[in-house]
Design a binder for this molecule. Structure first.
Ligand code: FMN
Length: 266
């Protein structure tokens, strides 16, 4: 990988935050104690951009994430701790959706946020299929029901489907499916799960509801061929997670109870 790092010596305060924060110790000091990139960076840099992002003086620039293309953190936009707690605990899995499609731009915005989820070695292996067409979501739900029927699984869900009720994808207008090449990450399950959790929360922040689509993922893992054909994944890719999306038909007025915290303090 081609990579270059430059330091504005007039601006650099020699605080060495860049050295301390590099996950793979790829920055050291030159003869004048100015931070410089080690040769090993060509092979070992994971393109996290932390060295540039942490520099208090904006003195350090790096080709893999140029300062000019890396927006500043806006402290005024960060939510207060109470807001974050309430935001997270007020998110619910939504199982009844309005017959209203989300704008393409809104779906794009929430997917964009998901790119910032942590990934092992910052390898960012997650790909998405975003089903925008409600009729296609319905068709995929039908294929999951076919799979259930063929294996005599979840007879209640199959009976509901026969009566026109979709308990698989809940008549959601949209569906996001996360897939990855397992060879592209040491932890594709975690990478896709975290990206999907980010998508879930970004959806909540925009007033969209969501629900993890476990039945769909199960049918894909059992390699139900019509479903695989419908998804037409790139070679070697696997589906790890999926999320129904749409505007909630009902709004939740309370935060339900959860188990007490299970923690061992040491
Ligand atoms: C991996 C996973 C798979 C899930 N699959 C489904 C599903 O197929 N259908 C469904 O209605 N809910 C599904 N859920 C949602 C859970 O039932 C839900 O998160 C849980 O009941 C807690 O409710 P809450 O999300 O509103 O707090 C799934 C959740 C996870 C994490």
């Amino acid at each position: 990988m081609k990579i270059s790092l430059s330091v504005d010596q007039e601006l650099c305060k020699k605080c060495y935050a860049c050295i301390a924060e590099c996950p793979f110790d790829l920055i050291n000091k030159d003869k004048e104690d100015v931070p410089q990139l080690r040769k090993a960076a060509v092979k070992k840099c994971i393109r996290c951009g932390h060295c540039m992002a942490v520099c208090a003086a904006d003195a350090l620039d790096i080709s893999i994430s140029p300062l000019s293309k890396s927006p500043p953190v806006e402290k005024a936009l960060l939510p207060a701790p109470d807001s974050v707690g309430h935001f997270l605990t007020s998110r619910r899995s939504i199982r009844s959706y309005k017959k209203k499609v989300a704008d393409h731009s809104v779906l794009e915005e929430i997917l964009d946020v998901s790119r910032y989820a942590p990934s092992a070695h910052n390898c960012q292996p997650v790909h998405w299929i975003m089903v925008e067409d409600p009729a296609e979501v319905r068709r995929l739900a039908g294929l999951v029901v076919d799979y259930m029927q063929s294996l005599k699984l979840f007879p209640g869900l199959v009976r509901a489907w026969d009566k026109g009720i979709d308990k698989v994808l809940r008549d959601a207008p949209h569906l996001a499916i996360a897939h990855a090449d397992p060879a592209s990450s040491e932890h594709p399950v975690e990478d896709c799960t975290l990206a999907t959790a980010y998508l879930d929360l970004a959806a909540h922040s925009r007033g969209l509801g969501s629900c993890w689509a476990g039945f769909l993922v199960q049918a894909i893992h059992f390699r139900h061929q019509p479903l695989l054909d419908a998804l037409n994944l790139p070679d070697n890719h696997k589906v790890y997670t999926a999320l129904m999306l749409g505007y909630p038909k009902f709004s939740y007025r309370h935060i339900p109870q959860r188990d007490p915290l299970k923690v061992t303090w040491k």
